[in-house]
Design a protein around this ligand. Structure first.
Ligand code: URA
Length: 210
């Protein structure tokens, strides 16, 4: 059984994350770093995917070689910041199916409000990776995973860039079966629901809004 929380401490991930945290890092650079880090996180989040054997011919001989088992993976971007992670993961797993869950955070209540939901078919037969860079209060992540489970998903993993202890606890309580992979576990949430030290609003930094 895999740990509920995995922090990827690889030096490349940590170095790139530091550059992303830096307020002086401009949007194009931030986006590029996000794509690179998501590739490295995807390597970790897919570590325990099941393999089966397929017969192939190498130039020298016939062999049974490992390939991913089962239906194609489903990557679910939790809009809009999830799209920042999506590109990198798709580079690594180009055949994955892609879905989107649109939730915005009510700035007063910090509660998630759904505005879009479109996911691949047969979710129950797929390994699902939910993508959201910031696991802050955990409210939107928990709500997104609620929706995915209601749509049939049974094997879900959650990949983020930064997690707050509050969000990890909330996920552990609501979805103990969903392993989380993150680049860092930060200190706390401030009164506005931002992760500290954090990197600010991930969506704004990816898309150059504010
Ligand atoms: N969402 C963000 O984009 N940043 C935070 O710090 C918390 C939630």
């Amino acid at each position: 059984m895999r740990a509920h929380l995995t922090v990827v401490e690889h030096p490349l991930v940590q170095h790139k994350l530091t550059m992303m945290r830096d307020v002086a890092t401009p949007t194009p650079e931030f986006r590029r770093l996000m794509q690179e880090v998501s590739l490295l996180l995807a390597y970790e989040v897919t570590r325990d995917l099941k393999l089966c054997k397929r017969e192939i011919d190498t130039p020298l001989t016939r062999m049974k070689a490992p390939v991913l088992d089962g239906k194609k993976l489903a990557l679910i971007s939790i809009l809009r910041a999830g799209n920042g992670l999506l590109d990198g993961v798709l580079q690594l797993i180009p055949l994955a199916r892609v879905g989107f869950v649109g939730l915005y955070r009510d700035e007063k209540t910090l509660e998630p409000v759904q505005y879009y939901f479109k996911v691949p078919d047969a979710l129950q037969d797929r390994d699902v990776i939910a993508l959201d860079p910031m696991l802050a209060t955990g409210n939107s992540s928990v709500a997104a995973i609620d929706l995915l489970k209601r749509a049939g998903a049974r094997r879900i993993r959650f990949m983020c860039l930064l997690a707050a202890p509050e969000g990890v606890a909330r996920m552990q309580e609501a979805h103990p079966d969903v392993p989380i992979v993150t680049a860092a576990l930060d200190e706390y949430l401030n009164e506005n629901g931002y992760i500290v030290p954090g990197l600010g609003d991930a969506g704004d930094r990816i898309f150059g809004t504010n």
